[in-house]
Design a protein. Structure first.
Length: 685
C-alpha cells in the first residue's frame, strides 16, 4: 500500500505539470491582442514640444497614447483609489473583490458591485464583448495574460489610452484636449474627478450633451476622493460647483507642414518636428495678408529653411484653406521657376573658369539655334558685367552662359543635387536653353533645397522635417552643386541687387538682414517667385493661381519679393541666432574678358555628368543614368571599355551592373577623349 503513494504522487505531479504546460501552450497560442491598443493618433509638435496638430485614427476617433511620465500624478493616484485600490498588488484579478461582489450579489439577489480590475477593464477594451458571465471569465483570463506580459505602468498606460470618454474620444489625453484644451499634466480637482467619472458612463455623462449628469457624477467622485483623504472636503465642495466644460477643437496648426512631418515618421505617436510655431504663425499671417491683397483666386506658399541641418522652420502650403486650392500643399507642386535658377547657372560657369563677376558680356539680340530670348522689358543694355546681368536678371546673357555650361549638364546637376526638375517633353536628348528662363518645373521645396545649398558652400542636402532627420542631415555630406567659392561669389552679387520698392538697402539700415535674393516670373505671368539666403536661412516665396491661370503683368518682384523681405524680417526678429552674413571677398578674375573663348574648336570633350570622383546612388537594378558631355560632333561613350547604349532619343544611358568603381570615357569624332572615375552605391553596397 505504501508503495502506491509514490506512484500516485508522481501521477498527480505529472497531471499538474501537464496542466501547466497546456495552459502555457494556450497562452502562447492565443495571446491578448495588445497591438490593437498601440494604433494611436499622431501628435505633431514643434521644435520645443508645443502641440501643433493631432491626426485621428480609424473612423475619425481621437486616441492619443498615454504616458504616465506626462500625466498629473494626483490624477493617477485618484484613479487607482476609485477604480482598483489593490491594482499594484493583485495578479490581474482581485480575489477579494470577486468574493465581495459574489457575497453582495447573493445577499441582495442581484449584482450590486462589480469585481473588474483595471487590468480586466483593459482586456475588455482590447476585445469588446457582451456583458455576460462567460465574457467576465474570459476577461479574467486575459487579465492574467496581460499581467504576464506587461508591467503595471504599461497596463495603466494601455488602459488610459483606450478608455472611452464619449463620442469619438478615447484615452485620457484626448479627453483632456477635448474638455480642457490642454495636456493632462497638471489638473485641478474638478478636472481629475470628471476624467474619472466619464468612462463609467461615457455617453450618459458627456459634458456637451448631458452637462447635469456630468456635474452630478463629478460631484460623486469628488466626495469619494474627500472620503479617501485625497482632497479636503472644502476643496471638494468648491470644485463641485464648477460648471460643465465645453468641448474644444483639437490642435490643428501648421496644417500642411504637420502632415509633412508626420509623413517623415509614419506610425509614430509623437513627432517632434523642426517647425518653429512662432515663425510658422507669423509667415501664415503674412501669406494670408499677401493673398487677400492680391485678390480672389490667388494663393501663396512660403518655405523657411534653417541652413544648418536643413531644418524646415516654417512651411505655409497655402494662404488659407478657405481660398481656392487651399487644401493643396502648394510647396510640393512643380511650377515654372522663372529666373530663380540664373544664380546657379552663373555659379557653374564660375566653376568652369569661363566667367566671373567682372567678366563682360553682351546683352544684345541673339539667336541660339532657333531660340531667340528677349529681356523682360524688351530692351537691351549692350555690354554689361556678369554681376550686372544677374542683378538685373537679363535674359540673353543667362541663355548665353547656359549655352556654354550646357543645358543637359545643368538639368543633370539639379537632379543630382535633389532638385528633381520636371523637364518639358522633347523628341531629342537636348532639354533646351529655355531652362535659363524657367523652362522646367520645380516645387517650392526643391527650390529651397537648391538655395540652401547655395547658402552652404554649394553642398546639397535633403530638407529635414523632424528633429531626428535634422540630426542625421548634420552628420551627412552631400554632393556639391557648385563650389564654395562660386556660391559665396554669387551670394555677394545677389546681396547688392536693387532692393524692392519701399525698402531701404540693407547697407543703409541698422540691423536689417542683408538678403541675397533673386526673383522669378514664369512665362505668361503664371508664377511669381522670390528666393533668398540670409542669416543662416533660405526662404522661398511663390504666389499665383493654383489652376495655373495667368495674372497679366504680375511679376515676382512685385508680388513675391516684398513678402520674402517680410519673412526674413520675421526670422531675424524671432530667432536670436539669426546672423547677417558678412560680405564675402570677391573672387579673383578667373575668366577671359568676354565669353568668346567658351568654345574652342581644338579642345577635347568635357564630361559634364557625372563629375570626377562623384558618388552615384543606384536605388534599383533597372536604374540608368543619362551621361552628358560637351564636345565637337558625335560623342561616343564607354564604361570600363564597353560601349554605352543610347535611348530612343539618342541620349547615352549607362546602367551599371552593380555597386563599385567605374571609369567612364567619352570620345569625339576626332578621337580626343576625356575620362572620369565614379563610384556607384546601392542600398546593399
Amino acid at each position: 500500500m505504501a508503495r502506491r503513494w509514490p506512484r500516485r504522487g508522481a501521477v498527480a505531479l505529472g497531471a499538474v505539470a501537464g496542466t501547466l504546460g497546456l495552459l502555457l501552450a494556450l497562452d502562447a497560442l492565443f495571446p491578448p491582442p495588445i497591438e490593437r491598443g498601440r494604433v494611436v493618433s499622431t501628435v505633431v509638435a514643434d521644435r520645443e514640444g508645443r502641440a501643433l496638430r493631432a491626426f485621428p485614427v480609424e473612423d475619425g476617433r481621437w486616441r492619443l497614447a498615454a504616458d504616465l511620465t506626462r500625466l498629473d500624478p494626483d490624477f493617477v493616484e485618484a484613479l487607482i483609489a476609485v477604480e482598483d485600490a489593490r491594482f499594484r498588488s493583485h495578479p490581474g484579478v482581485d480575489p477579494l473583490a470577486v468574493v465581495r461582489a459574489g457575497l453582495s450579489a447573493v445577499s441582495a439577489g442581484r449584482i450590486v458591485s462589480g469585481a473588474s480590475t483595471i487590468t480586466m477593464q483593459t482586456a475588455r477594451l482590447l476585445e469588446p464583448r457582451p456583458r455576460t458571465l462567460g465574457s467576465k471569465v474570459i476577461e479574467m483570463v486575459r487579465a492574467v495574460q496581460l499581467e504576464r506580459r506587461l508591467s503595471k505602468d504599461e497596463i495603466l498606460e494601455l488602459y488610459l489610452t483606450l478608455t472611452p470618454y464619449g463620442g469619438n474620444l478615447q484615452g485620457v489625453r484626448a479627453a483632456s484636449w477635448a474638455w480642457f484644451d490642454r495636456e493632462p499634466d497638471e489638473l485641478t480637482p474638478d478636472q481629475i474627478a470628471l476624467l474619472i467619472a466619464l468612462p463609467q458612463a461615457p455617453e450618459a455623462r458627456r459634458p456637451d450633451l448631458e452637462p447635469d449628469n456630468a456635474v452630478a457624477a463629478r460631484r460623486a467622485i469628488l466626495m469619494r476622493l474627500a472620503a479617501a483623504g485625497l482632497i479636503s472636503e472644502s476643496r471638494a465642495e468648491e470644485a463641485a460647483g464648477e460648471p460643465a466644460p465645453a468641448r474644444h477643437a483639437f490642435p490643428a496648426e501648421a496644417w500642411h507642414a504637420s502632415a509633412a512631418a508626420r509623413a517623415a515618421e509614419p506610425g509614430a505617436a509623437e513627432v517632434r518636428s523642426t517647425l518653429d510655431s512662432r515663425l510658422q504663425r507669423e509667415l501664415e499671417r503674412l501669406a494670408l495678408g499677401a493673398a487677400e491683397r492680391a485678390g480672389d483666386g490667388v494663393q501663396v506658399s512660403v518655405l523657411a529653411v534653417e541652413i544648418e541641418g536643413r531644418a524646415v522652420r516654417a512651411s505655409v502650403g497655402s494662404a488659407s484653406r478657405n481660398r481656392a486650392g487651399g487644401w493643396i500643399d502648394l510647396t510640393t507642386r512643380a511650377r515654372s521657376p522663372g529666373s530663380t535658377l540664373k544664380p546657379l547657372i552663373y555659379a557653374m560657369a564660375f566653376d568652369d573658369g569661363v566667367a566671373a563677376a567682372t567678366t563682360r558680356i553682351e546683352d544684345l539680340p541673339r539667336r541660339f539655334a532657333g531660340y531667340r530670348p528677349e529681356n523682360f522689358d524688351r530692351t537691351f543694355r549692350g555690354e554689361v558685367t556678369i554681376a550686372e546681368a544677374l542683378q538685373h536678371s537679363l535674359n540673353v546673357p543667362a541663355v548665353h552662359v547656359l549655352d556654354a555650361v550646357g543645358a543637359n549638364r545643368f538639368a543633370a546637376a539639379l537632379a543630382f543635387a535633389g532638385g528633381e526638375p520636371v523637364l518639358p517633353e522633347s523628341h531629342d536628348s537636348d532639354v533646351g536653353l529655355a531652362l535659363a528662363l524657367g523652362g522646367l518645373g520645380l516645387s517650392v521645396r526643391e527650390l529651397a533645397l537648391l538655395y540652401a545649398a547655395l547658402g552652404d558652400g554649394g553642398e546639397a542636402l535633403p530638407l529635414a522635417w523632424t528633429e531626428a532627420e535634422a540630426a542625421r542631415v548634420r552628420a551627412m555630406s552631400g554632393p556639391h552643386l557648385v563650389s564654395a567659392e562660386s556660391a559665396d561669389e554669387i551670394l555677394d552679387i545677389l546681396e547688392r541687387a536693387p532692393a524692392p520698392p519701399g525698402r531701404m538697402p540693407a547697407s543703409l539700415t541698422a540691423n536689417a538682414p542683408r538678403i541675397a535674393f533673386k526673383t522669378g516670373t514664369s512665362y505668361g505671368f503664371r508664377d511669381a517667385w522670390a528666393a533668398g539666403v540670409a542669416g543662416g536661412y533660405a526662404i522661398v516665396v511663390w504666389t499665383g493661381r493654383p489652376d495655373g491661370a495667368p495674372r497679366p503683368g504680375v511679376t515676382g518682384r512685385e508680388a513675391a519679393l516684398p513678402l520674402l523681405f517680410d519673412a526674413f524680417d520675421a526670422a531675424a526678429r524671432l530667432d536670436p541666432d539669426f546672423a547677417t552674413p558678412h560680405s564675402v571677398p570677391r573672387a579673383l578674375e578667373r575668366a577671359p574678358a568676354t565669353l568668346a573663348a567658351f568654345n574652342r574648336e581644338d579642345a577635347p570633350p568635357q564630361i559634364l555628368f557625372p563629375p570626377e570622383n562623384a558618388e552615384i546612388w543606384m536605388d534599383s537594378e533597372e536604374r540608368g543614368f543619362v551621361l552628358a558631355a560637351r564636345g565637337e560632333g558625335e560623342l561616343a561613350w564607354y564604361a570600363d571599355g564597353r560601349p554605352v547604349a543610347r535611348d530612343p532619343g539618342g541620349a547615352p544611358v549607362w546602367s551599371p551592373h552593380g555597386p563599385g568603381f567605374f571609369e567612364l570615357t567619352v570620345v569625339d569624332a576626332a578621337g580626343r577623349a576625356a575620362r572620369t572615375r565614379v563610384r556607384v552605391r546601392t542600398p546593399s553596397g
